[in-house]
Design a protein around this ligand. Structure first.
Ligand code: SF4
Ligand code: SF4
Length: 330
């Protein structure tokens, strides 16, 4: 029998990027619902058909016509897999401005590295009217929706609070909010007290001078103080702090140890080890090798977390890359 494939991202996720509305944020450009959206009227029948058509190509015979071909997330279809009419995860990433300038920022090309300190609207489109339409079209799950707010940074996005209100009004299970955490947001603390949010941030180090080199703003202390404020009053705060390894800056065991100690001191229970997008997405690792000591750093990070009773998260793709390109050689 002909082999069938399935993708949970395609089934469940809609991603609203600044330049297109598409299925996933896998790093591969999968099925696209709308190119270069600028807030115009959407043909919703055509929009919905894109997902159905994309699934029709997920079989052995047609896979070479699918933009999903070769994707890490593609898997064999199980009998229980059913294509859903609704999305239960929405990624919102329709703006690029930010109040810091991380050297690993995937949006650097679009934001041109500009550091914005004042809050404003997206340069591309408004998200609140789009969220309203998606609910009206019954495309968003009203019970189990996870709203992932990622983009530039929320602290310089005028629509941040209105969008949170819109989701709360229409039904949302929880928010995943990614922020550089330079500015404390009372609305996040409120959501945290309601147990409706997981906060994700990247501190990447435990030293102000390394932070400055990584992010080009002198805000290390603010970030640490804000983490303390959010964590206060929570035995098990739903906060995940990333350590993005960047070559020649924080790619050493001493900084990792300092970072884990700091997390323990603040009361952070979950951290993530990851590598910057240069390696995770934009380099052909068969041609340009991943630095081999990344494998050693990964193992050390894991051990340090175990010793301090901190949970270590790893994105499956990072784990795959580390295992394949760094650990197999140790
Ligand atoms: S298979 Fe990959 S590219 Fe296609 S929708 Fe899924 S995650 Fe995106
Ligand atoms: S905080 Fe995020 S959006 Fe801002 S510069 Fe860093 S990576 Fe880019």
């Amino acid at each position: 029998m002909e082999k069938q494939y399935f993708c949970d991202e395609l089934n469940n996720v809609i991603s609203c990027f600044h330049d297109r509305i598409m299925s996933c944020c896998s790093g591969q450009i999968g099925p696209v619902y709308y190119e270069a959206y600028k807030g115009e009227k959407i043909d919703w029948d055509a929009f919905k058909k894109i997902k159905t058509d994309a699934f029709k190509l997920l079989n052995e015979k047609d896979i070479d016509k699918s933009p999903c071909q070769g994707c890490f997330f593609l898997r064999d279809k199980k009998q229980t897999d059913i294509v859903s009419p609704v999305f239960n995860m929405i990624n919102i990433s329709h703006w690029t401005h930010c109040n810091c300038g991380c050297i690993y920022c995937a949006r650097m090309l679009d934001s041109k590295g500009k550091i914005d300190t004042k809050s404003r609207k997206s340069d591309y489109y408004d998200i609140v009217p789009l969220i309203k339409q998606l609910y009206k079209q019954e495309l968003l799950d009203r019970k189990n929706l996870v709203a992932v707010i990622q983009g530039g940074d929320i602290s310089v996005l005028k629509e941040f609070e209105p969008m949170v209100k819109e989701f709360l009004k229409n039904g949302v299970k929880e928010f995943h909010i990614l922020t550089n955490n330079i500015i404390y947001q009372p609305v996040i603390k409120k959501l945290m007290d309601m147990d409706k949010v997981q906060l994700f941030t990247s501190l990447d180090c435990a030293s102000p001078d390394i932070f400055y080199k990584l992010k080009r703003v002198d805000k290390f202390k603010d970030c640490v103080n804000n983490l303390r404020k959010y964590a206060k009053g929570h035995q098990n705060p739903r906060i995940m702090v990333k350590y993005i390894v960047v070559e020649h800056l924080n790619d050493n065991i001493e900084e990792i140890d300092k970072f884990i100690d700091l997390m323990q001191d603040i009361g952070i229970k979950t951290v993530e080890f990851t590598i910057d997008n240069k390696w995770a997405m934009f380099t052909n690792l068969e041609e340009k090798p991943l630095p081999l000591h990344y494998g050693e750093l990964y193992l050390h990070f894991k051990k340090a977390c175990e010793e301090k009773n901190i949970i270590m998260n790893v994105w499956p793709k990072t784990e795959y890359i580390i295992n394949k390109y760094a650990l197999k050689c140790i």
